[in-house]
Design a protein around this ligand. Structure first.
Ligand code: 5GP
Length: 122
């Protein structure tokens, strides 16, 4: 299945500087910023700078350099936020059943409280 990137999505606007964000970390190929509606004391979104819709799109089409930088950025955010010891959760929603609202790859880094079981019903 082909992935068609919509460059009017809200994270594309953030990357272009058209919408402000609370940046946690910026690297060559990644940007991490605080979620506007945090669901835990730590709720950071980490996105690649490239135009990738979802994790699978990124995995298929990103360069090795982009992938390495992005994965290392996620780990660095956890260390910067001081959550590595107490634990944290990484979520990447994709598509309709994953209930992905913003069609630019992002992982949620959630931490700072017991996050409960992985999925709620329904
Ligand atoms: P999704 O449901 O696509 O996995 O998650 C999208 C996330 O983006 C949500 O947690 C939502 O709160 C966050 N979000 C939506 N618009 C904005 C925005 O303009 N700024 C920031 N920082 N987060 C946003």
């Amino acid at each position: 299945m082909g992935h068609v990137y919509d460059d009017q999505n809200i994270f594309a606007k953030i990357l272009r500087g058209e919408i402000p964000n609370a940046t946690v970390l910026e690297t060559e190929h990644a940007l991490a910023f605080r979620d506007i509606h945090p669901q835990a004391p730590t709720h950071v979104l980490v996105i690649p700078k490239g135009p990738y819709v979802c994790f699978d799109h990124f995995a298929q089409e990103a360069s090795d350099a982009e992938i390495v930088d992005y994965v290392r950025a996620v780990g660095e955010v956890c260390r910067m936020e001081g959550v590595a010891e107490d634990g944290w959760r990484l979520i990447a929603n994709a598509g309709m059943n994953g209930v992905q609202e913003v069609p630019h790859l992002h992982v949620h880094v959630l931490a700072g409280r017991n996050l409960g079981r992985m999925l709620s019903k329904g």
